[in-house]
Design a protein around this ligand. Structure first.
Ligand SMILES: Nc1ncnc2c1ncn2[C@@H]1O[C@H](COP(=O)(O)OP(=O)(O)OP(=O)(O)O)[C@@H](O)[C@H]1O
Ligand SMILES: [Mg+2]
Length: 440
């Protein structure tokens, strides 16, 4: 008989769980990465390549990226300036974002400062085994090992440094991941082909150690220029909230031991305001002559009125960059790239570029279309945002539009779409789907 009147009760304990563990669960990591688990390996490679390209462009070198895939690891190597050891070490702290892009409004591939965190966590969460990532830069080898301590209730990342003569220039990142080749052997060639579409200046080499196969993507236009991460950003790309956030980040850096900056110095970092006469006009116009950035703080926050005066003065004294200054892939590159690969027939290519402004920001939209010479080819839609390929369609409306134009999945055509804009408004944290309707 069931005892309905039992005296046994559960005396519950109120547990405290570290929020750090959330990053190390499949659900949370899928949100951070913007893709479900089977796509994590490819998403990790993409983030490493994005970092490589951003870094090379910052240093003003033509990007050369090499990807190696073996049964149990994938590595990405670049010829950039090398990741600073302090940045690497700080990225292991899951309570903070670490990025040299987060507060600057500019068309860089990386923007959030969470990709490296995903790189450390993904192999561990995917396999449940202790994970190891090796980063070599500047003659130093950094070994990051990740394991979970269920007792301390937090991931334990250990970090060892040793000298290494293997990589003198650039950054080499090797992610150990048992069985990773199974997820990536067909995905990487396709990914690198798409990178080539959106990066006329970069070279990509791919070595598949399992199949003893090497593939390359050569640059079509070696000297090609786009808005580089090291180019000053334009005051016209910021709204008040974004400028306050940037000023706040500088003041916070100062409080943490960084340098105190004058408003003039701050102003000089913007496009069109490098000259001393301009700086003076801006600081005079904003009523901030001789002020430091920390003078904009009232009640421990960046004063909205002073920040608004500064933004208005910076915008008044500089010209808004034309959309074309963001960087144009161009008909010549897209046509050559698609035709040289025998991807499409040369007489079938159609190209259209739209330059304009939306939500007060400049944008360039380029679309190229071609018909495959192979009858059994299927429709391929390759979409890129700020010179990086999207792993899933980031523009929800695109497929509907293609359908309306009778471009169906079985049609042997290639459609390339690229959007460049200083701000990409995403609907999710993993930078996956564009939110074209959000207003802020
Ligand atoms: N290959 C590299 N060479 C030089 N610096 C790098 C490299 N990879 C990363 N970094 C530095 O590490 C920082 C953190 O990289 P991470 O990918 O986590 O963030 P992000 O690129 O700024 O933004 P996102 O999370 O959107 O990719 C970068 O901002 C950059 O300063
Ligand atoms: Mg990044």
């Amino acid at each position: 008989m069931v005892d309905l009147v039992s005296n046994a009760t559960l005396d519950r304990t109120t547990f405290t769980t570290s929020r750090l563990l959330e990053f190390f669960s499949e659900k949370e990591l899928s949100m951070q990465i913007g893709h479900e688990r089977p796509l994590w390996p490819l998403a990790v490679v993409k983030e490493l390549i994005d970092n490589a390209l951003d870094a090379c462009e910052s240093a003003g070198v033509s990007p050369e990226v090499e990807v190696v895939l073996a049964a149990d690891f994938v590595s990405v190597r670049d010829n950039g300036p090398g990741i600073p050891p302090a940045t690497l070490e700080r990225s292991l702290d899951y309570l903070v974002r670490v990025s040299d892009k987060q507060y600057y409004i500019s068309p860089t591939r990386g923007q959030l400062g969470n990709a490296l965190k995903c790189v450390w966590a993904a192999p561990y969460v995917a396999t449940g085994e202790q994970a190891h990532v090796e980063v070599i830069a500047g003659g130093v080898r950094h070994d990051v090992t990740v394991r979970l301590s269920r007792i301390a209730q937090r991931p334990e990342l250990s970090y060892d440094v040793s000298p290494d003569g293997f990589v003198r220039n650039g950054t080499f990142v090797k992610v150990d991941w048992p069985g990773i080749a199974g997820y990536l052997s067909s995905g990487i060639p396709q990914l690198l082909r798409a990178y080539g579409v959106f990066n006329p200046h970069a070279s990509f080499t791919y070595r598949d150690a399992c199949r003893d196969w090497i593939g390359t993507v050569e640059p079509t236009t070696p000297g090609w220029r786009k808005w580089a991460p090291s180019d000053p950003t334009s005051p016209h790309w910021y709204n008040l909230a974004q400028l306050r956030a940037l000023v706040g980040a500088y003041v916070s850096d100062e409080r943490n031991g960084g340098r105190a900056r004058t408003v003039r110095e701050f102003v000089s970092e913007f496009k069109g305001l490098a000259g001393t006469a301009k700086q003076k006009q801006v600081t005079d116009g904003a009523g901030l002559s001789g002020a430091y950035l920390h003078d904009l703080v009232t009640d421990d926050d960046v004063d909205p009125d002073r920040a608004a005066a500064l933004l208005a003065a910076m915008q008044a004294e500089s010209r808004a960059p034309k959309p074309g200054a963001l960087g144009v892939l161009g008909e010549a590159h897209l046509t050559k790239y698609m035709v040289d690969r025998n991807w499409v027939a040369s007489d079938s290519v159609k190209y259209k570029k739209v330059e304009g402004a939306a939500r007060g920001l400049p944008f360039i939209l380029e679309v190229a279309f071609g018909v495959s010479p192979e009858d059994d080819a299927m429709r391929e839609v390759v979409v890129g945002l700020n010179w990086t390929p999207a792993l899933k369609p980031p523009i929800r409306e695109l497929m509907t539009l293609l359908g309306q134009q009778r471009i169906d999945p079985h049609d042997p055509v290639v459609v390339i779409v690229h959007l460049a804009c200083p701000v990409m408004q995403f609907a999710d944290r993993g930078k996956g789907v564009l939110d074209l309707l959000r207003e802020d």
